[in-house]
Write a protein that binds this ligand. Sequence first.
Ligand SMILES: [Zn+2]
Length: 483
Amino acid sequence: MSKSISIGKVLALAILFIGCKTSNKKELAVSDLEMNTLPKNEVPDQIQRYIKYQDSSMVLINATIVDGTGNPIKRNQTIIVENGWFKAIGKASEIEIPQKNTLIDLKGKTVVPGFVGMHNHLHIPRFPFVGDIASKLYLASGVTTIQTCGAASPIEELNLANQIAEGSKIGPDIVPSAPFITGEGGNPNMIIPRNEKHLRDTMQYWMKKGIKWFKVYRNTSPEDLKIIIDEAHRNNAKVRGHLCSVTFEEATKMGIDGIEHGLNSASDFRTHKETGICNGGREYMDELLIAGPEVRKLQQLMIDNEVVLTSTLSIYEASVPNRAYADDRTLETMSPYLLQTYQERRKQFDEEVRDLTREGRLKRIMQFEYQFHKMGGLLCSGVDAGRHVLPGFGDQRNYELLREAGFTTEEAVQIMTGNGAKALERSDIGTVQQGKRADFVVLDGNLEEDPTIIKKVETVFKKGVGYTPEQLLKDTKGKFGLE
Ligand SMILES: [Zn+2]
């Protein structure tokens, strides 16, 4: 492992700068050449302190792999990582082991792909940007890529995404979002379109900055949603919705790419709902037959139109009185303000623990998602952090809840990894397979036997660099909800 040398660092930055700014072919070639002569793994001190492994060639033996494709678990595997990529995976006898390498024994551990969080904001209610701490929490929890699914602070989000990409900050790879778009009566700090030109121009502004993901919120009108989808798709961008005014069926027929949260935001089933307005009764949450023809027909329509559904079970669980308990590490990580609001909420919940209405609803949300997946739909997951559900920790909780919903170990991991990569149309990440980027998590224990092992992250590898969660988590103590 090379120690940081400040002259080298300055040189690297200077060359990076020249490399980025110039379009001159000759100069680019020179800087590429010089880059190769610099010490490898040159990283700033503030990142170096989180790194456990950064060797160009690694051999990991005795691994149990849940590979993120949904295929059966593989045991006694050897994994060869070279220059940040999976070079080979298989039985030791079947693959070529490089001469010079770092050997890591994974006996008794489980390897899963780095999580691809598809609803992983960098803000929480009342805090427009928590990216600095959230990015550490995500990475420490095994999340190596996030799509933020709506930005409250789009410029900060974009900056952080770039800083992580160029290596000056630590965190998951960030696929950033434009500001939320909603409609009349909606949240005033979101974009509320005045007319078609305002809407298209605003979208163009963010797309010119390189942002390809739009999130529409509950009050978006059907007329606006049509324009949003049209403008996005003309520019190879995507639209996802936390819907209400527009039903799942209407949005699907308009060509939306992704729908968030599932059953609890499916206004299709509200009683006395008016077209294009977010109103109506929510009796369906307790009464609707999930396995019945009405729901299956809607899900089939979504599947036929390749609409991705994003599961956010852990944040729903945070509103279920008999379940909404923060664990110790969460209590340690929350700011004093968040801790206080949690305790106040808990007091209220303590009086309601015998009311199992929301418990029943959670089960039905699970059933809706299970059925969607079984029918062939692309189900992915995200944390949608809020309340005491923290970035990363809540993603891990999602895994346990997906298992509770009836998914196998292989399926639950696939939903959190390979399916997210598919939704992002990324073929380089999401699974532990030869030729993919070495984004993976080493869990300390047998995940198949015990779903809580998902919280026992020993090392998180991103592009073949291994990070230690302890140091990252130490630096977040008491700090989430201060930014
Ligand atoms: Zn959200």
